[in-house]
Design a protein around this ligand. Structure first.
Ligand SMILES: [Zn+2]
Length: 83
């Protein structure tokens, strides 16, 4: 057993702890948030597709959809995007 065995174990433990904290406290709102709920269009109520095809740079960076039904743009939380 190497001398630094306990250091490696401690490092591994800290890494797992950091990962858990990151997942646990990752914001559910804001630009960096992750929304796992399904989103519907604020204008016509059409459900956004799970597979997202970004139409512009903002959608590539921050998520969001252009509605296939009415063409309105909305973000990943289903709020209408003001462009
Ligand atoms: Zn729509």
């Amino acid at each position: 057993m190497p001398d630094n065995y306990q250091i490696i174990l401690l490092g591994l433990f800290l890494a797992i702890l950091m990962f858990y904290v990151l997942i646990r406290f990752w914001p559910k709102t804001g630009k960096m948030g992750i929304n796992t709920k399904s989103v519907i269009c604020p204008e016509c109520g059409l459900k956004a597709p799970m597979i997202r095809k970004p139409r512009n740079l903002r959608q590539v960076l921050w998520g969001g959809w252009t509605c296939a039904g009415c063409g309105c743009e909305f973000d990943k939380y289903g709020n209408e995007a003001n462009t």
